[in-house]
Ligand binder design. Structure first.
Ligand code: SAM
Length: 218
């Protein structure tokens, strides 16, 4: 199966750098306002939180500063991401090399208060078994926070890569065409349908960026 990195024509290190560099924009004030009003009220004082496809681990690090008593676990299939996470300062953080398509999450059923997946599920060929695993580990009242790409027309997608990502030239255009079907796979209704098929109920959703939607499901 081609990885996101190979489709993008980037190395693991390049994807890692991009995730680190764009983290402050992706997890800025608008994200935390949404999190504080729509997610935080459901969390217990000492939550167990996991980030599946955690990349460099910076979202978990940020959660750790807001929830110092939390137990925080990051899982990713890319060794460079896990290595980065393991070097982050912060108590209660663990990072494990893990392929969510082939291994069950190492958590008991009904034991996790927050499962996050950000820009990961769209690359997974068969999302339903992964969503079933998410549902298995969620505690009663636990939240699944899905943040992922939503389908847009080709001209809008290519213009976004040119204007927002500041890409130009023939190689960048080739990459844009390679990634178009990857990033523009699911409509918001497709995501809602997938979540419902997995037995999850969407309680809230929003669009903080033109490319992504966030769903709060339980
Ligand atoms: C676009 S990055 C997003 C990283 C992070 N969630 C963030 O928003 O900064 C997608 C991540 O998903 C990971 N990933 C892809 N397939 C995976 C799988 N089957 N199991 C675990 N992680 C996976 C990749 O290694 C990569 O780190």
């Amino acid at each position: 199966m081609p990885t996101h990195q190979s489709l993008a024509g980037s190395s693991d290190e390049e994807l890692l750098r991009r995730m680190v560099d764009t983290h402050p924009d992706r997890y800025g004030d608008a994200f935390w306002e949404f999190f504080t009003s729509r997610v935080a009220p459901s969390l217990p004082a000492r939550p167990v939180m996991i980030d599946v496809g955690c990349g460099p681990g910076l979202f978990l690090r940020d959660l750790g500063t807001r929830y110092p008593s939390a137990s925080l676990h990051g899982y990713d299939v890319t060794a460079a991401m896990i290595d980065h996470g393991r070097k982050l300062p912060g108590a209660g953080l663990t990072f494990t090399l893990h392929d969510v398509t082939t291994q069950p999450l190492p958590h008991a059923a009904g034991s996790v208060d927050l499962v996050s997946m950000s820009s990961v599920l769209h690359v997974i060929d068969e999302p339903l078994p992964v969503l079933a695993e998410v549902r298995r580990v969620l505690a009663p009242g636990g939240i699944f926070l899905l943040h992922d790409w939503v389908r847009r027309p080709l001209p809008a997608y290519l213009a976004w890569r040119r204007d927002e990502m500041k890409e130009s030239g023939p190689e960048a255009l080739r990459r844009g065409f390679r990634l178009f079907p990857v990033h523009n796979k699911y409509t918001p209704d497709d995501w809602r349908w997938l979540l419902a098929e997995a037995g999850l109920t969407v309680r809230d959703h929003t669009q903080l960026r033109p490319t992504h939607q966030i769903f709060v499901a339980y």
